[in-house]
Design a protein around this ligand. Sequence first.
Ligand code: SF4
Length: 127
Amino acid sequence: MKRVEGFNFSFNSSACASCGGACCIGESGYIWVNYPEIEAIASYLNISIESFAKEYLIRAKNRYSLKEFKVKELGYSCIFFDTENRVCKIYDVRPKQCRTFPFWGVYKSDTKELIKECPGVVLDEDN
Ligand code: SF4
């Protein structure tokens, strides 16, 4: 069980295998990537930064986000989520946003949506 100070829940990553990627698929959103992350993913894919940007990035709010695609009935998926095998295709170099899930600032005060979405989240008993 992983714990991070300031959060009122723990995270059991062994639940990831069974959930089918609820954090990579669902409502549309941004998957922010910074320049070092872009470099790392492009290098992992063995393509140039330019090709990577063209194929996989959108610009939003003065930042870069990975693209999404529509998945029938399930909402939107990160472009790097393999919806058939339910795995991240760039897991080893996934952005910080993905590596730090579910310990995001937004979930410090409100875990209502999070517990519906993520079976690995276990609320502290005093909640
Ligand atoms: S980069 Fe990987 S872990 Fe992050 S949202 Fe996309 S598929 Fe999920």
